[in-house]
Write a protein that binds this ligand. Sequence first.
Ligand code: SF4
Ligand code: SF4
Length: 397
Amino acid sequence: MNENRAISRRGLLSGVGCVACLGAFGRLVMAAEAAATRPAVGPPRLSHGLLGRTKYPVTRVSFGAIRITDRSGVRVVKAAIDRGVNLIHTSASYAGGNSIRGVAELFKAPGGYRDKVFLCLKSYHPQREAEIDEMLSTLGTDHADAVLTELHEPSRERLDAIRRQQDALLKKGKIRHTGFVCHGRTIEVMKMVSVEARGYFDVALLAMAMGGGRPGRGGNRADARSQEFDKALKVLKAAGLGVLSMKSGAKEAVGQGKKVFEPHVKSLLEAGADSVLTSINSFQQVEMIAGLDLGSPMSEGERQAAAEFRERRRGACLMCGECRAACPRGLPVNDLMRVRLYLETYGWADHAAAEFAALGVAPEQWSACGDCRACSAVCPAGLAGAATVHAMAGRFA
Ligand code: SF4
Ligand code: SF4
């Protein structure tokens, strides 16, 4: 653990004489720790901004470690950090546990890599503190910089459970910052958070494909939803939320080189992201990212290149969750489309199978899809529909 952070927390807590006072001082302690949350190795060398109220100088591109499966992947993570990338996101389930074990290998190696990054851990089970304990133990660290707990539906009950989880983790020093992750009904979740928990979360990892007022992505309805997304994001950012972008097409763009990736990243930053999370698969990609110019405003040419890339992705799931909300059978159609993305777009068959299994939907429930077309009627990407549901469920169920 970074000594300065430990001393800061102990020093502040030493002035607090009773348990009841801890709650009142909680946010003060967090604020002081937020100010102390800096990379231990000096200012970032790559283009960076501030991650909301955490004040962490996050690099504009960060490392999603979801596909770290072996030693060569660990070497790529190491190279990315050596070149300046300073935020990493992982979880116990990624790549069958290989992701977190790979990151652990790097953290335990010489070089102090743990303190060179802002560590985000994804949580699936807010009621199970052991989930975090096990990840910290694997990683050989006593804290994460933020926990990002899944919040895909605008459920007050789930929100309360997450707050209980994260309050307890903060109090015990196991996390420095609160957070959530959403690739479900993102607009509704953002609206709920801004009403029920404004100012509570420090960081969010959000599916950003709808952001930035994407014109022409599927007619007036899609444009209206995109504007709704932008408005909801603006409210949360005004309350200090730090925003990490995911599932925007960054993984495809990074594979197409600087001419595609740079404008794509800039368009997401313009849409409100503080950092764009992406899988990074090779040393070549690390070097490309290290050479990006992300500090200047978008030129007309870049705007055009970003629009062309989005156009090539027309038909990709926007992660809006509308199909799920519309389904009279209550089927998680949006999650199934995410599984499809992993399988057909990314080629991650094992991850797709694991994510499908995690949905916990019995085969007979999928069979109950009755071709009512409610999901296809609302899908702005023209993707959801009984044919896709039966094809995907038929493959995995
Ligand atoms: S077609 Fe199937 S998945 Fe789509 S809304 Fe109707 S029952 Fe649900
Ligand atoms: S399949 Fe369509 S409706 Fe469902 S989440 Fe994706 S874009 Fe939205």
